[in-house]
Design a protein around this ligand. Structure first.
Ligand code: SAM
Ligand code: GLN
Length: 324
């Protein structure tokens, strides 16, 4: 960059070319997102202020970001945050950047938990004879017992929670839900805890550091959710440098065939589900059928579902525990 006046339009053009020369996949978009962040504006602002000069402090901050980006630091790590399910999550080099595909898992879980809640509420009201009576003055219909039945929260688990994106989104969209999360990385746990606090959910989540389901032994859940590491070890070398070099290896590697974590979850998780509960996992390409087969091999699993992502790739496996 030389000493000419750097306007918004000029610096975007320069950065776009520089990023393109360095092999960045979406050079213009990245340039805009980073600059908008420095200026604390929406991207649209840039388009109507191309002639506005940058202040020296803004220029210095932007230069720093450009340097990071050409080192292949993901945009979300540079900004320190990522939007997921309409919410803002803090991310660091210790957490996987939440991916749009993972929203499929969240949506699937929310829909199914909602249906379970509906069934539960209906049963609660029907079971309570006082529900049919006129409420006493100042008392809600259904009496205190029915109220308690309705208010009892569903309990979910998120295994390998990373930034907390999955479980915190579910909690945010479903009132009367509480969660336990596990991650092997204490640094990720710290980020997830910060996200819980900033989303106002800290009192509904318990965070654990440990290996898969181990910290939760003895507990039961309406749903066990996980986006575990699933990249086959040999494929890691083929991933984009942003992922391969800058995201945590422990968040990516699923062992030789990528299925290591599903083997363990399929074996251990069903016994930790309430009757009629479900487990739901994000899976990598070509993994849905084998993962569904692993789940079905557990006698506690009654049936499975496979759901596609936005690109039509099978992305989520849901496995239901028998109702008994
Ligand atoms: N749930 C987040 C999401 O969807 O954005 C992060 C998913 S990332 C693919 C997998 C996470 O599993 C990482 O945060 C990693 O630290 C964690 N992990 C890896 N091995 C684990 C283990 N043995 N027990 C618990 N968590 C583990
Ligand atoms: N979706 C991530 C990627 O393709 C991998 C996440 C995972 O292993 N669960 O880079």
């Amino acid at each position: 960059m030389n000493d000419k006046i750097w306007t918004i339009g000029r610096i975007l053009k320069w950065t776009e070319q520089y990023f393109r020369d360095k092999g960045i996949e979406s050079p213009r978009l990245d340039a805009e997102v980073l600059l908008a962040h420095v200026l604390e504006k929406q991207r649209i602002y840039l388009y109507v202020h191309f002639d506005e000069p940058l202040q020296p402090a803004e220029l210095a901050a932007y230069r720093e970001m450009i340097k990071q980006r050409v080192l292949r630091v993901p945009v979300a790590q540079i900004l320190g945050e990522k939007e997921f399910m309409g919410l803002t999550f803090k991310v660091t080099a210790d957490t996987l950047v939440p991916r749009p595909d993972t929203e499929i898992l969240v949506q699937a879980a929310v829909e199914r938990l909602k249906a379970m809640k509906g069934e539960k509420t209906a049963t609660g009201v029907l079971a309570d004879e006082s529900a049919a009576e006129e409420p006493a003055e100042g008392q809600p219909a259904g009496g205190a017992d029915a109220e308690q039945e309705v208010a009892e929260p569903l309990h979910i688990a998120d295994i390998g929670t990373g930034s907390g994106a999955i479980c915190l989104s579910v909690l945010r969209y479903l009132a009367d839900t509480v969660a336990d999360t596990v991650d092997i990385s204490p640094a990720a746990r710290a980020v997830a805890e910060e996200n819980a606090a900033s989303l106002g959910l800290a009192d509904r989540v318990t965070f654990h550091t440990g290996d898969l389901l181990q910290p939760l032994v003895g507990m039961t859940f309406a749903a066990i959710l996980s986006n575990p590491p699933y990249i086959p070890e040999a494929d890691i070398a083929t991933l984009a440098p942003e992922v391969r070099l800058k995201e945590p290896h422990t968040a990516l590697s699923g062992g030789q065939d990528g299925l290591d974590f599903y083997r363990r979850l399929a074996k251990e998780a069903p016994a930790m589900l309430v009757p009629g509960g479900f487990m739901a996992f994000e899976v990598g390409i070509h993994q849905a059928e084998p993962v569904a087969a692993l789940a079905k091999a557990n006698p506690l699993i009654a049936r499975t579902e496979i759901l596609p992502d936005y690109a039509g790739i099978d992305r989520v496996v849901v496995a239901w525990r028998t109702k008994e």
